[in-house]
Design a protein around this ligand. Structure first.
Ligand SMILES: Cc1cc2nc3c(=O)[nH]c(=O)nc-3n(C[C@H](O)[C@H](O)[C@H](O)COP(=O)(O)O)c2cc1C
Length: 186
């Protein structure tokens, strides 16, 4: 029997990401788990207006990096979700480099890291939702399969759920999409 637990957000888990910006000439990383695909080539990140420091960087530069987080990065990623860029220099938390997308520091150790352009933004409540378009997507070579596709079991992105404020790891592959349901009517 299902129980109505109220109008709570049930849409978890979501991937943990580290968003890289440059603010006042300094690299800053903040952790963002409220992310979502809005169409094949664009996705959004939802940034609380209280993060005025990071928000200013994203708004002014109109570029950003978004990196998925694996277990090896998790302590540092969690730290980037605690420490405030306005008060704490987080530029040395991850080693990084740049491509031609300015002010979008690529986290060297990330399994997957995208340099992105900001296409647009819209406000919902206290959150600025930035619509991003990846310009480059960098994947660790060992995370690519023999067809050159990203193997997400190998990438092993950490997931987040808000109800219990916990991190989860990914499970195993359970079926092939657009194939698994073909026998439903049989
Ligand atoms: C797992 C995790 C997920 C988070 N997700 C978001 C998010 O989706 N949006 C947001 O605005 N803040 C989120 N935060 C909070 C910010 O990362 C945090 O307040 C950070 O310290 C802000 O850094 P800044 O002051 O350098 O911008 C999250 C924190 C953690 C630990």
């Amino acid at each position: 029997m299902q129980k109505d637990v109220g109008a709570i957000m049930g849409l978890y888990p979501t991937p943990v990401t580290v968003v890289g910006t440059v603010v006042d000439g300094r690299v800053n990383f903040l952790t963002i788990a409220h992310v979502g695909v809005v169409e094949h080539g664009t996705f959004l990140i939802s940034v609380d207006k209280v993060h005025e420091f990071s928000d200013r960087g994203i708004r002014d530069n109109k570029t950003v990096s978004v990196s998925l987080v694996n277990q090896d990065m998790l302590v540092a990623a969690d730290y980037c979700g605690i420490a405030k860029g306005a008060k704490t220099d987080k530029s040395e938390v991850f080693k990084y480099h740049f491509d031609e997308v300015k002010n979008a520091p690529i986290v060297d150790v990330a399994p997957i890291s995208m340099t992105c352009k900001v296409l647009s933004k819209f406000t919902v409540g206290n959150f600025t939702n930035y619509i991003l378009k990846p310009v480059h997507t960098y994947v660790q070579e060992e995370v690519l399969n023999d067809k050159g596709k990203i193997d997400y079991v190998k990438a092993s992105p950490i997931l987040f759920e808000f109800q219990n404020a916990q991190y989860l790891s990914l499970g195993k592959v359970v079926g092939q999409c657009w194939n698994y349901g073909k026998g439903f009517r049989n």
